[in-house]
Design a protein around this ligand. Structure first.
Ligand SMILES: Cc1cc2nc3c(=O)[nH]c(=O)nc-3n(C[C@H](O)[C@H](O)[C@H](O)COP(=O)(O)OP(=O)(O)OC[C@H]3O[C@@H](n4cnc5c(N)ncnc54)[C@H](O)[C@@H]3O)c2cc1C
Ligand SMILES: *[C@@H]1O[C@H](CO)[C@@H](O)[C@H](O)[C@H]1NC(C)=O
Ligand SMILES: *[C@@H]1O[C@H](CO)[C@@H](O)[C@H](O)[C@H]1NC(C)=O
Ligand SMILES: *[C@@H]1O[C@H](CO)[C@@H](O)[C@H](O)[C@H]1NC(C)=O
Length: 558
């Protein structure tokens, strides 16, 4: 393992002028006392936050080239640069074993010895172990290409986890890796190398670059577009002629049998086995199921809230807002809507300043005719390949996406988001999740000014969470965390600008409004399992709700 020394690190960004630095320091010092925490990066940024305690273990034992930004949290350039660094870190998170981004706040006194050990005097300074010389501020695409250039042209020692990036003269041979993706491109294109790194942590797939000048292979496959990707074995040949890497990454990471290293290979027979009391129900991954929404309500109202024997103060108003939003916007079957409305009325009529959970439970269970919430959970679109995957948190996201879309006539564009925010804050059982979500909400939820931006806010922050959790232990290997929706699910949501992937917000909004609309919800598994449920007699969905026959939700199986 290679050990870093400070001489191997070379500055690639020149410090701002001393004069401007001093005036910045003076200005900032007048406004704020020096704080020793609060850096520009947090654990959720895919940026390694260096401290005196972790720096040695990170550097010495790293298989990766580490690109470190030395910054001072008060420095305006650093603040301006931090979104670029975060975007780049998120963009190349799959490259981690080969190249990883880090940051250290030299304004934090505790970090001083580390910063001086690496000879840093101006901020921000980027240093990379033995790779980079000098460059100026660049957009992150430029930085990404620069990193690849340096990885390719560097002298020994090579980060041990870096995959081969050179072009291949491969003949058409099947191989032992499983899938083989051939990326045809011109010599100045980076897509092949980027894709190789994007799939670095995935098994059963190899990516090889083939130059457009490889006439034999180009002619044999009749390749006319560069770049384009051809996939071999075991699924035969396919081609996608989209010009940016994100599309290839999406497609290749989701091939059958392709899994992130260290994750068990999904075995389809696992899913078919009746190992849990809940058997796997066939379902369409591109759809939203009412059964997940009802299961989420059951779990939230009968399990999660039950952990709070007495609900008062802020928690009580949170509960009232949550139930009120559900009563207004939940696109449920009539019996369920009747129940939500009756609980809402009951809560609004309660004048006590505190509520016992048992009285809420009574209101949920001993209700008026034609009003009921089915007992138990029946996950469908939110099923996981193992009992600890997906389910309730998946249902929670889905519920609130549906509610933001349903609230199309709300007077207050933040009504649903704020109800979600306070529910998560007061009650969501995953406390770390609640903290993360609250941080995101504090940062930007107050900027939401229209109903459309509420829908998009939840979409984009859910993708933020997906980005942070990609590759985490909690990720179901059958349902990798992606920047959603995939190009297959919504082709028009994706676009390309200056060679980089972009989202088309107008198309996204149209897509989200349709995907989460009440007309589009599937009712599979609702009715019959309510019958077979041992406690279904309490629910009486089928016997006491004749009006359900005219509800479009109940017409046929899709
Ligand atoms: C508020 C909240 C905060 C959380 N924070 C954390 C956390 O900090 N750490 C942690 O480990 N887990 C956290 N979780 C759980 C985590 O986000 C997932 O819900 C869980 O890992 C299950 O993942 P999943 O594969 O079912 O997909 P989920 O992320 O739960 O998504 C459910 C479904 O929604 C759709 N979807 C995906 N992305 C989007 C999008 N951007 N917009 C609209 N629809 C989308 C997809 O069809 C997906 O299958 C949080 C959950 C919630 C509700
Ligand atoms: C590097 O890893 C080894 C083995 O895991 C460990 O014993 C050692 O303490 C680590 N070195 C540092 C500096 O953390
Ligand atoms: C699982 O259970 C269902 C219903 O009980 C049954 O029809 C099916 O054959 C079982 N599947 C397996 C693989 O045992
Ligand atoms: C799943 O849903 C999508 C979107 O509605 C549809 O196009 C597709 O045909 C469905 N797949 C199956 C197997 O029903």
């Amino acid at each position: 393992m290679h050990q870093l020394t400070s001489t191997e690190l070379k500055s690639i960004i020149s410090p701002p002028s001393l004069e401007s630095l001093i005036s910045t320091i003076l200005f900032v010092c007048l406004l704020f006392p020096f704080t020793t925490e609060a850096g520009l990066y947090t654990a959720s940024d895919q940026v390694v936050v260096l401290t005196p305690d972790n720096v040695d273990s990170v550097l010495v034992n790293s298989t990766a080239a580490l690109v470190v930004e030395f910054y001072a949290s008060w420095c305006g350039h650093c603040i301006a640069f931090s979104p670029v660094w975060k975007s780049l870190a998120s963009d190349i998170k799959e490259w981690k074993p080969a190249v990883d981004l880090a940051a250290i706040d030299c304004a934090n006194q505790d970090n001083g010895p580390v910063c001086s050990r690496f000879g840093v005097r101006g901020y921000p300074t980027l240093k990379v172990l033995q790779l980079l010389h000098s460059t100026s501020f660049m957009d992150f695409q430029g930085l990404r290409h620069k990193i690849i250039d340096k990885m390719e042209t560097h002298a020994e020692p090579w980060p041990p986890a870096c995959p081969p990036l050179e072009t291949t003269r491969a003949e058409l041979k099947t191989n032992s890796v499983g899938h083989l993706a051939l990326l045809f491109e011109t010599s100045n294109s980076y897509v092949g190398r980027e894709l190789t790194l994007d799939l670095l942590q995935y098994e059963n797939i190899a990516v090889r670059r083939v130059l457009s000048t490889e006439d034999g292979l180009v002619a044999e496959l009749n390749v006319t577009h560069f770049p384009s990707c051809y996939l071999y074995y075991p699924s035969g040949i396919f081609t996608r002629q989209l010009e940016v890497r994100t599309f290839y990454t999406y497609a290749l990471q989701r091939l059958p049998g392709v899994v992130r290293a260290g994750k068990p290979l999904p075995v389809t027979s696992d899913l078919a086995k009746n190992t849990t009391e809940d058997q796997l129900r066939p379902f369409n991954r591109s759809r939203v199921y009412m059964s997940d929404l009802e299961s989420t309500l059951h779990y939230s109202l009968r399990v999660e809230l039950a952990a709070h024997p007495v609900i008062k103060g802020e928690a009580l108003s949170t509960l009232q807002r949550y139930i009120s939003v559900l009563a207004k916007y939940f696109p449920g079957r009539p019996v369920v809507n009747n129940l939500l409305k009756s609980v809402d009325m009951w809560l609004k009529g309660e004048k006590d300043t505190e509520l016992s959970y048992s009285s809420l439970r009574d209101a949920l269970d001993n209700t008026v005719p034609n009003a009921a919430l089915p007992e138990g959970v029946r996950w469908v679109g939110c099923q996981g390949s193992k009992p600890h995957f997906r389910r309730y948190p998946c249902g929670m996201w889905t519920l609130f996406h549906v509610l933001t879309v349903q609230a199309e006539e709300a007077a207050d564009p933040q009504e649903v988001l704020q109800a979600m925010r306070s529910y998560i804050h007061s009650f969501f059982g995953c406390r770390a999740c609640a903290t993360h979500f609250e941080n995101m909400a504090q940062e930007s939820m107050s900027h939401v000014g229209t109903l459309s931006s509420a829908v998009l806010w939840l979409w984009s922050h859910h993708n933020h969470v997906n980005n942070r959790l990609a590759g985490a232990l909690s990720e179901d290997p059958h349902f990798p965390k992606i920047q959603w929706p995939s190009p297959e699910l919504c082709p028009s949501c994706h676009g390309v600008k200056n060679g980089e992937h972009t989202w088309n917000q107008a198309e996204l909004l149209t897509f989200l409004r349709s995907h989460f609309s009440s007309e589009h919800l599937l009712s599979d598994y609702l009715e019959e399992e309510a019958h077979s449920n041992p406690r279904a007699d309490k629910v009486q969905i089928c016997r006491s709700a004749p009006e359900q026959a005219v509800n479009p939700l109940f017409l046929g199986r899709h």
